[in-house]
Design a protein around this ligand. Structure first.
Ligand SMILES: NC(=O)c1ccc[n+]([C@@H]2O[C@H](COP(=O)([O-])OP(=O)(O)OC[C@H]3O[C@@H](n4cnc5c(N)ncnc54)[C@H](OP(=O)(O)O)[C@@H]3O)[C@@H](O)[C@H]2O)c1
Length: 328
């Protein structure tokens, strides 16, 4: 078990390390972000995951993102006054067809020389409307209107170029199902180090998680709490934190349902990136290294899987559209 205040790290296939707990900041209120990031860093977080629509700055006036067509999973590397010297930064790229340009643009905004991890955000190329912008995936007629000229293989080879150019250390994918992941393994000269996917007790995706891990791809669980009240409000989903099995086990281990669910994620060897806008929950969500869920209890959680995706809406830039992602 890791020492208090230090998240264990997983070693990626690239040889670089990634902290197993991060902070998701999608849907945080903008004015609160700065303080929350400060607090998270003080607690020990060294991994932030930022949403596309977000504009925020961190202490030292480094811009995390400006034009948010990028989804960014971030391992903070350097911040003088907050001792981030061992942190890392990674970003999601949504600019299929303009990967190198997009990455350079992000580096410029971030005032960095390289990123530690850069992910393909979605296996969907929206129409290119200029680096730094994201168009809707839907046309005016409401029909899916995406770029059909750029293959995922082309995008991936451009991601690989970033590594050769020294602009990025590790590269990965996000929201890839088992077949797209398999395909990527077939054409990749550099294997994806990470696949960031929605997974939680109600959407366990064991076959995808194990397939990735078997092939040396680290799985990052986005929406690791099942989206809780945020997804209930946005998408009408049912929260796994209210499940009687989760509640009962939380009581048994003298932890909260959220801590139990995050610990379960860690014990599956996935990285977890819970989001909270509440200071006290930052601490709560980080206190998951001092207990271990027994095998028999892991089995009880396994049994509550509903194959139930809670994040069903995706927002591409200015206009919101609905897009179903592959469910495997
Ligand atoms: N790659 C992708 O396409 C993708 C898609 C979705 C999400 N993500 C990433 O994954 C991150 C996490 O996902 P998410 O924010 O959608 O869902 P989540 O982290 O599973 O759940 C967030 C919800 O849980 C609540 N919560 C947090 N800690 C809690 C606790 N200890 N007890 C009870 N409730 C708690 C939050 O409320 P409060 O804020 O009020 O605490 C919020 O309502 C995002 O921030 C984003 O960075 C990536």
């Amino acid at each position: 078990m890791a020492a208090k205040g230090v998240a264990p790290a997983l070693t990626l296939s690239s040889g670089h390390q990634m902290p197993a707990v991060g902070l998701g900041v999608w849907r945080m209120e903008k004015p609160a972000i700065r303080n929350l990031i400060h607090s998270a860093l003080r607690i020990g977080y060294r991994h932030l995951d930022c949403a596309d629509q977000l504009m925020c700055t961190v202490p030292g006036s480094m811009k995390l993102t400006t034009k948010m067509r990028l989804k960014s999973a971030m391992h903070l590397r350097r911040h003088s006054n907050l001792d981030l010297s061992r942190g890392r930064i990674c970003y999601h790229n949504q600019d299929h067809g303009h990967v190198v340009e997009a990455c350079k643009n992000s580096l410029k905004k971030l005032r960095l020389e390289y990123l530690d991890l850069y992910l393909v955000h979605f296996p969907v190329a929206t129409r290119h409307t200029g680096v730094g912008t994201t168009s809707s995936a839907l046309g005016d007629d409401g029909v899916l209107d995406i770029d059909t000229t750029i293959s995922l293989e082309t995008t991936w080879h451009a991601m690989e170029d970033l590594v050769s150019m020294g602009l990025v250390h590790s590269i990965g994918i996000s929201n890839y199902d088992i077949f797209l992941t398999r395909d990527c393994l077939a054409y990749a000269k550099i294997k994806p180090a990470v696949n960031q996917i929605e997974t939680h007790p109600y959407f366990q995706r064991d076959s995808l998680v194990k397939f990735c891990q078997k092939h040396g791809i680290c799985v990052t669980a986005h929406t690791p709490l099942g989206g809780s009240t945020a997804n209930t409000e946005w998408f009408g989903s049912v929260s796994c934190l209210d499940d009687p099995v989760i509640k009962g086990l939380a009581e048994k281990y003298k932890k909260t349902p959220a801590q139990l669910v995050l610990r379960w994620g860690l014990q599956r060897n996935t990285v977890v990136i819970p989001k909270t806008s509440k200071e006290e929950r930052l601490q709560e969500n980080f206190e998951i290294f001092d207990f271990e869920i027994l095998g028999e209890d892991m089995d009880k959680i396994k049994a509550i899987d509903r194959n139930y995706r809670t994040t069903s809406l995706l927002n591409f830039g200015a206009s919101t559209c609905m897009l179903s992602l592959p469910c495997m």
